[in-house]
Design a protein around this ligand. Sequence first.
Ligand code: SAM
Ligand code: SF4
Length: 328
Amino acid sequence: MTDTFGRAHTYLRISLTERCNLRCTYCMPEEGVLLSPKSNLMTYEEIYYIAKTFVNQGVTKIRLTGGEPLIRKDIPIILEKLSSLPVELSITTNAVIVEKFIDTLKVNGIQSINVSLDSLDKEKFKQITRRNDFEKVYKNILLLVKNGFKVKINTVLIKGFNDNEIIDLVQFTKDLPVTIRFIEFMPFDGNKWDMKKMVSYDEIMKKLNSFYSEKLIERLEDAPNDTSKNYRIKDYKGTFAVISSVTNPFCDSCNRLRLTANGQLKNCLFSATESDLLTTLRAGKPIEPIIEKALQAKFKVRGGMDTLEKLKQPKLHSNNRSMITIGG
Ligand code: SAM
Ligand code: SF4
């Protein structure tokens, strides 16, 4: 699945639900989002059929996301079906209820889990997620590590809110073998994004360089198609990374496609257009031609928002969905 810029697409992210047990301010509007009727959401059989079609087309990696993927009642069946495909299967979760799924995740060959945690401060966690679940998430991160999962922690930095925790979060990797990934705050429909609230890659590194001596910060080799720039503080068990989609997009090596919970293919996180795979599938027609057309229509950079000036335009954000209904 190669697009017009020569990028081979081998990675599919599937959103399993538009719902969530947290309500992060950067991900969804306060009033919530308009949910799709249940009949418009993919069933587990449809998810499996579409995933299998992508695998036949060259996908080798699938990540399940949402909303919160673990709140879907049929998550054990979904994991079981998808684990029968020849792919690396992984999941992104807020970890609030992950303790119930340790065995299910292991049995289905999940090795790598991404967990969202934006603050080590209980009150701030409550402010950003609008829920009081810090302790559960913190305990569950330790539980995942204890059970041998490779854990990456996603932290969205917001200026004046949690950017004073950058050092504390990196210190968290001293004794714990996790990767802390600082994500630049991105604009989506209804998340009140403002460039001034974003903490950039440069600012993050400046803060770290002024705390640790430069010799202690080791630049690590990034994996192919990696969206993050990876580092380690010398002798620390874990690592840290920065995902700079705003100031330094990694679109040149993009290998990702996204499937929303209501069966729409998005060729980019920032794309304003979608291709309806579910309706086509339900009409008994082949979905391969639609996938191919969507792939060939993919823009070179951020769904066409190739400059910071374009990214700053609120009108363009509202052409897209809220992150909770895309699947990050
Ligand atoms: N509920 C799961 C979770 O929180 O990990 C999975 C879905 S969530 C939408 C996936 C990722 O998207 C999370 O790591 C979250 O931090 C990130 N995300 C959501 N909104 C974002 C934004 N505006 N900018 C950057 N990252 C965002
Ligand atoms: Fe839910 Fe994840 Fe969005 Fe937070 S970031 S509201 S946990 S989907």
